[in-house]
Design a protein around this ligand. Structure first.
Ligand SMILES: C[S@@+](CC[C@H](N)C(=O)[O-])C[C@H]1O[C@@H](n2cnc3c(N)ncnc32)[C@H](O)[C@@H]1O
Length: 291
């Protein structure tokens, strides 16, 4: 067994609580969202906190709960200590428990994302082997799912593809498995560059994918540019992304909420003919062809 102490505090106080837990012998501290404040796309190396942050300290099972409670209460003013809860946590195989949440998932007709140990029975399946990691992109998020479904439904044979904001590399690797000739994958987060390289090697497509940090990206023109980033970033990047499209090239973008799709389309409007968008939950996929 383990003992967990939870406190919900304003983000300015979170470092103090972390320090307190450390002084009391915590084995690990976890910071989480105590409200409903999604943190979308913090920049590389940034670790912003939520306005209401839940600080959890993990203590060994031999820790006496009453002693811990009074030590925490003594160190904190009543208003901060009021949110304290203690919880017993049963030991388990954590890696396995985490992986158990991931199962093979199909996108479109034949494209599958398959985590370690997963099995796909479909005979003509096209399988991308991928485990969740630190970089974004497993297929569980609707925006990635929309992009994967689009890739499965379009002819990619022999095409050159730019995977802009590659995260785990899931889109570029899927494009290669679906027949694309060459992919250039780029991201401004070094962790994503590393993850994409590793996942490409695992999927035996490393020879056909060039993975670069955005700072080292030499603009080229591609048949398809696919970018699953947030709407405001896609608007800012519009001049750069437009230049990456060959005449007649296809542009696929997601990470866009329904209410934002018009603004994004307008940023690309006079050079790309957009078709009706596709939707999944609150998110849309915009796709079109360059003139
Ligand atoms: C939502 S994730 C998408 C990952 C993956 N392509 C997918 O579809 O699941 C967006 C990725 O874009 C990257 N990104 C955000 N802004 C960027 C920028 N200005 N230039 C390059 N990459 C960027 C992030 O680091 C992140 O890996």
């Amino acid at each position: 067994m383990w003992l967990q102490a939870h406190l919900t505090v304003d983000k300015s106080r979170a470092p103090l609580i972390e320090l307190l837990f450390e002084n009391l012998g915590t084995l690990a501290v976890t910071l989480g969202d105590a409200g409903d404040e999604p943190m979308l796309e913090p920049g590389p190396g940034e670790t912003p906190l939520w306005q209401a942050t839940r600080v959890t300290g993990l203590f060994g099972g031999d820790t006496d709960a009453d002693t811990l409670r009074s030590a925490i209460n003594q160190a904190l003013s009543t208003d901060v200590g009021r949110s304290l809860t203690l919880e017993l946590l049963e030991d388990q195989n954590w890696e396995r428990a985490w992986m158990d949440q991931f199962h093979p998932m199909r996108f479109g007709q034949r494209l599958w994302i398959c985590p370690s140990g997963g099995k796909v029975a479909q005979k003509d399946a096209i399988i991308v082997d991928l485990d969740p990691g630190l970089a974004f992109g497993t297929g569980t998020h609707p925006t990635t799912a929309l992009c994967l479904g689009w890739l499965d439904g379009h002819e990619l044979q022999g095409k050159t593809v730019i995977d802009f904001g590659c995260g785990s590399g899931v889109l570029g690797i899927a494009a290669l498995k679906l027949g694309a000739a060459r992919v250039v994958a780029l991201d401004h987060d070094p962790q994503a560059v590393l993850a994409t390289r590793r996942n490409a090697a695992r999927n035996e497509v490393a020879e056909r994918i060039e993975v670069v940090h955005s700072d080292d990206f030499d603009a080229l023109q591609a048949d398809l540019v696919i970018a699953n980033i947030l709407a405001n970033i896609l608007v800012d990047l519009a001049p750069q992304i437009r230049r990456l499209l060959k005449p007649g090239g296809q542009l696929v973008m997601s990470g866009i909420l329904e209410a934002q799709s018009e603004e994004v389309a307008q940023a690309y409007g006079n050079q790309v003919d957009f078709q009706p968008s596709e939707k999944k939950e609150d998110w849309v996929l915009l796709h079109g062809r360059a003139h």
